[in-house]
Write a protein that binds this ligand. Structure first.
Ligand SMILES: *Cc1c(COP(=O)(O)O)cnc(C)c1O
Length: 395
């Protein structure tokens, strides 16, 4: 991929959006032949039956616009999934909307629910679509830092409470969390739910890693907690669950009045998309548990491979209970600045990673953390580990 010419940001013609760190690092990996552990693009493929079902759907002529809400069979599969896994009852007609990936669901929800003068509160660090989405809607993104406990991150309810102001319109919560790999506990989420009820906040939760939890803390949708169903929009997507990030099929669910507001925006973003994918995913989602158990086993093994490789190379991996990424402390190699480490790493070791500080909105207490992805083939992770070990030396 070549760098795009810089375009003015919407609503601020004079301030161009700089090239993202993902573009910069992906380009660096391409130019140098480095092993790319930067962006979270799976090197693994989806379930074979799902791939065949999409091919069949295309050949059977399911190639025109689906209904604006999405194909009924996928909305039913999403509702069945939420009921079966979490005990959440949803009406597939009106409480579930299929979107062009989780990204569109997030953007449409922020555009529908917030505007200039409103604040969108999220945790810091956070996924890069959140500041961009808030900016599109004209709202201000505010953040509460995650707490750092030894070698992992946790949610600090006091910091979250302190960040709520009279202008806070939406809490944007992400669990399992990218980039940290934290899975928030029942105690943490209970404190969040109490705060949302007390301050009458609407919540958007991004749960795209709901099936990729490797350790003991179970994934709990915030919508299942007392007082939350009526104020929460839950977002998920097929991309991470089925290794089909290029298909961009996501969904958002919640109370009918909130889903209707999101739909009214979504119909003029894309209207609707992905008919053959939606048809095939309806069937795959009904059987997701078997597939996800195998995928978790693969990714758990990958996490181990990468973690061992980083440790052998003298870096200090942090704990990650879920998702695609490990953070590592790069100070043992003599770097205090993850950005500089990541710019030099392709030259030193032939590996590309992303500085965790790229996900920071506020002050960064840990600029020496670097994010490595493990959603790659085991051979790629072994190659990266060998290269890192060969390059390892305190400097
Ligand atoms: C990958 C990712 C998304 C984007 O999901 P799509 O379905 O590809 O749009 C959203 N949120 C988080 C936290 C992600 O990691």
């Amino acid at each position: 991929m070549t760098a795009q010419p810089q375009q003015p940001a919407p609503g601020s013609e004079s301030s161009p959006i700089p090239t993202s760190i993902f573009t910069e690092m992906t380009e660096l990996a391409r130019r140098t032949g480095a092993v790319n552990l930067g962006q979270g693009v799976p090197e693994l493929d989806g379930p074979e039956q799902l791939l065949r079902d999409v091919a069949d759907a295309v050949l059977a002529g399911h190639n025109q616009y689906p209904p604006a809400y999405g194909l009924p069979e996928l909305r039913q599969a999403v509702a069945a999934h939420q009921r079966r896994r979490y005990g959440l009852a949803l009406d597939p007609d009106g409480e579930v909307l299929v979107t062009t990936g989780a990204t569109e669901a997030l953007a449409a929800a922020l555009l529908a629910l917030t505007g200039p003068g409103d604040e969108v509160l999220t945790l810091d660090p956070c996924y890069d679509a959140y500041p961009a989405g808030a900016r599109l809607s004209g709202a201000t993104l505010t953040t509460a830092p995650l707490a750092m406990d030894g070698d992992s991150f946790s949610l600090d309810p006091d910091a979250l409470r302190a960040a709520v102001t009279p202008r806070t319109r939406v809490l944007l919560l992400n669990t399992p969390h990218n980039p940290t790999g934290a899975v928030f506990t029942l105690a943490e989420l209970t404190a969040v739910a109490e705060l949302c009820v007390e301050r009458d906040l609407t919540v958007i939760t991004d749960e795209v890693y709901e099936h990729l939890v490797y350790d003991d803390t179970p994934h709990i949708p915030l919508a299942t907690l007392p007082g939350m169903r009526e104020r929460t929009l839950t977002v998920s997507s097929a991309g991470k669950t089925f290794n089909v990030t290029g298909w961009k099929v996501g969904w958002i669910s919640g109370p009918a009045h909130l889903v209707a507001a999101v739909t009214s925006v979504k119909q003029f973003l894309t209207y609707a998309s992905g008919t053959p994918y939606q048809a095939a995913l309806a069937r795959a989602l009904d059987g997701v548990e078997d597939w996800a158990a195998g995928l978790r086993a693969t990714l758990r093994g990958n996490r181990e491979l990468l973690s061992t490789g980083l440790t052998t190379a003298g870096l200090r991996p942090w704990r990650a209970e879920a998702g695609y990424f490990l953070q590592a402390d790069v100070r043992p190699w003599g770097f205090d600045d993850g950005h500089r480490f990541c710019r030099e790493l392709p030259g030193i070791a032939g590996v590309v990673a992303i500085p965790t500080s790229a996900f920071r909105q506020g002050p960064d207490p840990a600029p020496w953390l670097v994010r490595f992805s493990f959603c790659r083939r085991p051979e790629s992770l072994s190659r990266a580990a060998d290269r890192l070990t060969a390059a390892a030396r305190p400097r």
